[in-house]
Design a protein around this ligand. Structure first.
Ligand code: IFM
Length: 460
């Protein structure tokens, strides 16, 4: 397992500007979004409460006290949003299914109005030449399932398989690309151990059981999707970071290895048939998940691609105060950062993709998210001159080209995100879109970064 040794890479001299022709002619170019972050229409057409509605309604959970109740009103304005994607020159669009729109309760029949919405949306994509990429779970668990224990309960695995079945039966004639889960790390660890995402729990044992059930639900959904969609391409999207040790000290190197065990191998090892990494299993002790016979085989169901979401490298230090991992991820103290406080390191993208390819050979790989948040303003000329985001995008596409040249079987790239949207615990204060949203008027405005992406896609 090839974890590179330590410390930040030196800033690279600028790579030549990327051109579309640097990539294969059939390369997919998309933008990604997720249901809760953009749809709004919280109580329309039979949608029920999600854990994010409940979390957002809890004082102090969301930085600006907001919620996804209205968001970008994409539920009603999707034709305009898809037009923007088409005009930019995208040939793919990644969206997610809101589970609370599909099942209103345990034992309920699928909600036809919810399915109809996604059916219309998919037709809209196909009419505009956008290949639909559907994610089945991007964090908006129905609250009624959380009330029964959420992902900590094995029954939620069955409920997810039922969701996968209902949705792929309805959309599988037109949607061929399926992502079971987006970023299981966030579902499990941020939501149940770090606690700053819904449902807001802070218990390691719960988080690792949630993680196991999320991975199991992925593996159990794969054959169901294949049965309903014979020509399906199925995978999942992981959020991953290249790691750096905070210093040359052996303690920091060891901390980086321990962090790697949880952040990277805890997910990828079982997905690619190696079971949970023993060192991490031993480290977590009684917090290790309950695993039943056959679970690991199910999790390792063969997939057609791996989605990688990349934002930034993590710098890890030894921290004896943080048991059992004794690790701390450090905030950057120098260098370029985004409004999220995340370091900008395009080369990290190539490094990460090369490592995953080398370690697991997952087959075709897609960058299923990559993007940046900046404090955008509308200039007097009516435009959003987001030069930093444009540069971020250019430099990451140059890194993508480098990874492809190094032999990574890259097949596509999805910028996060098409629209500014509800950035979870940060509310609307953090903007990631290539399209600016004026939340007071719902006016859409293509930013300079979106214009650049369009020019890149329309160029040679
Ligand atoms: O907005 C999120 C998205 O929902 C999941 N990946 C990271 C993005 C930026 O934080």
């Amino acid at each position: 397992m090839s974890l590179p040794a330590a410390i930040p890479m030196p800033p690279a001299a600028d790579d030549p500007a990327p051109r579309r022709s640097d990539f294969a002619a059939d390369f997919l170019w998309g933008c990604a979004t997720s249901s809760y972050q953009i749809e709004g229409a919280g109580a329309v057409d039979g949608r029920v409460e999600s854990i994010w509605d409940r979390f957002a309604a809890t004082p102090g959970r969301i930085r600006d006290g907001s919620s996804g109740a209205v968001a970008c009103d994409h539920y009603h304005r999707w034709p305009q949003d898809l037009d923007l994607g088409r005009d930019m020159g995208l040939n793919a669009y990644r969206f997610s299914i809101a589970w609370p729109r599909i099942f209103a309760g345990v034992g309920a029949r699928p909600n036809e109005k919810g399915l109809d919405f996604y059916s219309r949306l998919v037709d809209g994509m196909l009419e505009r030449g956008l290949q639909p990429w559907a994610t089945l779970y991007h964090w908006d668990l129905p609250q009624y399932l959380q009330d029964r224990g959420g992902w900590n309960e094995r029954a939620t695995v069955d409920a997810f398989v039922e969701l996968a079945d209902a949705v792929t039966r309805r959309l599988g004639d037109r949607v061929k690309h399926w992502i079971t889960h987006n970023e299981p790390w966030c579902t499990a660890i941020i939501g149940n151990y770090e606690g700053w995402h819904a449902p807001g729990l802070t218990d390691l044992k719960t988080a690792l059981q949630v993680c196991h059930h999320v991975l199991l639900s992925h593996g159990r959904a794969v054959p169901v999707i294949r049965a309903n969609v014979p020509d399906a391409q199925v995978g999942l999207a992981l959020s991953l970071h290249p790691l750096r040790a905070a210093s040359e000290r052996p303690e920091d190197h060891a901390a980086m290895q321990r962090h790697d065990g949880l952040r990277y191998r805890w997910f990828l090892d079982p997905l690619y048939g190696r079971g949970y990494p023993q060192a991490t299993w031993d480290l977590v002790g009684h917090s290790a998940p309950h695993v039943e016979a056959g679970d690991l085989e199910a999790i390792a169901a063969p997939t057609d691609f791996l989605g990688v979401n990349y934002y930034f490298p993590e710098v890890v230090a030894d921290d004896p105060a943080h048991q059992p991992f004794r690790t701390r991820v450090l905030a950057p103290t120098s260098g370029e950062i985004t409004a999220m406080g995340w370091p900008v390191e395009p080369r990290g993208l190539a490094e990460l993709l090369e490592r995953v390819h080398r370690d697991y050979a997952p087959g075709p790989m897609y960058v299923t998210e990559n993007g940046s948040s900046y404090e955008d303003t509308v200039a007097p000329d009516g435009a959003v001159h987001d030069a930093a985001r444009k540069r971020y995008l250019q430099r990451h596409l140059a890194a993508l080209r480098a990874a492809a040249a190094a032999g990574v079987p890259l097949k596509g790239y999805f910028a996060w995100s098409l629209l500014d949207n509800f950035e979870w615990a940060e509310g609307y204060q953090r903007r990631f879109g290539l399209v600016h949203i004026d939340y007071a008027t719902q006016e859409r405005r293509l930013k300079d970064s979106g214009r650049w992406y369009g020019a890149f896609l329309h160029g040679d």
